[in-house]
Ligand binder design. Structure first.
Ligand code: BGC
Length: 349
């Protein structure tokens, strides 16, 4: 496509507001450089939908605007930190009050290119966490909701990627085929929309693109997961998608994956301590399956609160490898941002 991922002014303002309270000139300069890096915008509530139009209006034709669709009923069913505003059972509201107005805004700007990541973690949760009541009861809304999103957002200026978790999740031998089956099933239920290009992986995640040996290769159960990095994962699941009849390109979140060896377990997902900004967005990936490395999680925004007495507290955010203190998911954590800066690879000036 040859477009640059748009450095949207919402994230840029979050950073500039934060830098206004910083006295260290080198941090200010590095922060200003991060604000120029293309990063996805999360539409995680109905209230944020007006940003779709304003961000598309500021996107030049050299750029592509990245948007995360993230408001399913019963959201984040296997955790607590990102539980959303729509309860399980509110599929009709998800369609009419969330997806439809987003589609209308995108339709109104047909000359602006948009990349959409569809509902991080949702279908992977149905594959591996169906034993939880919260996930089994959300299953029908998730599948119908994702299918409706794919169908309704299937517009000529849009490239869609359905979220597929990461190598430490659907990469297990036992999860690969069921994972591919779930993705292809929902893609087909949507009528095989033309503008679905494939999957997103490592969204808000920590895995390396390529690491030898793999980060968890000495774990006692390592023999059951051959996807020790995102490259191996993409190259394992994408052929299965192809066999199932689904487009199988991928985009990978490299926003916070500069440093490995920080997590005690592969499933530790919350505010990992010691992390750094990773490879900047680029369409030069060296892998024919991978359309781009992108920044999806805006670095500096929290994954979840570390306050055990707060609502939406998830115990993963209180683990020894999680940064503390941390505010509610999506809120700014200045100390975490400065840590990402310090550990960035490549470094910021
Ligand atoms: C939060 C969202 C937030 C997003 C990006 C998610 O974990 O639940 O509220 O917009 O991260 O920071």
């Amino acid at each position: 496509m040859g477009r640059t991922l748009h450095a949207n002014s919402v994230y840029a303002k979050e950073i500039s507001d934060a830098m206004a309270n910083v006295t260290d000139a080198s941090i200010q300069a590095a922060g200003a450089a991060v604000a120029k890096v293309g990063t996805f915008l999360w539409i995680d509530t109905i209230a944020r939908i007006p940003l779709v139009a304003t961000m598309m209006a500021e996107t030049p034709c050299t750029d592509i605007m990245g948007i995360v669709i993230y408001d399913l009923p019963g959201r984040d069913c296997a955790a607590k930190a990102s539980n959303g505003e729509l309860a399980t059972g509110s599929l009709a509201k998800y369609k009419s009050d969330y997806i439809d107005p987003i589609a209308a805004a995108i339709k109104a700007a047909p000359n602006v290119a948009v990349a959409l990541i569809i509902e991080p973690d949702s279908l992977p949760n149905l594959v591996t966490n169906a034993n939880l009541t919260t996930c089994s009861s959300a299953s029908s809304d998730y599948q119908s909701g994702v299918a409706y999103a794919l169908e309704t957002l299937n517009l000529p200026n849009v490239a869609m990627y359905i979220d597929a978790g990461h190598g430490g999740w659907l990469g297990w031998d036992a999860n690969l085929q069921p994972g591919a089956d779930m993705l292809t099933k929902v893609y087909k239920a949507a009528g095989s929309p033309k503008q679905v290009f494939g999957i997103s992986t490592n969204v808000a995640g920590w895995n390396a693109w390529s690491a030898n040996p793999g980060e968890f290769s000495t774990a006692s159960d390592a023999q059951y997961n051959k996807c020790q990095d995102e490259k191996r994962y993409v190259n394992a699941i994408c052929p299965l998608l192809n066999t199932g009849g689904m487009p199988n390109h991928a985009i990978i979140d490299t926003g916070r994956n500069a440093v490995q060896g920080l997590r005690n377990a592969w499933g530790d997902w919350c505010n990992v301590n010691g992390a750094g900004f990773g490879v900047r967005p680029t369409a030069t990936t060296g892998d024919p399956l991978v359309d781009a490395f992108v920044w999806v999680k805006p670095g500096g925004e929290s994954d979840g609160t570390s306050d055990a007495s707060a609502s939406r507290y998830d115990s993963f955010c209180g683990k020894p490898d999680a940064f503390s203190p941390a505010p509610q998911a999506g809120q700014w954590n200045e100390a975490y941002f400065e840590m990402l800066l310090k550990n960035a690879k490549p470094a910021f000036p």
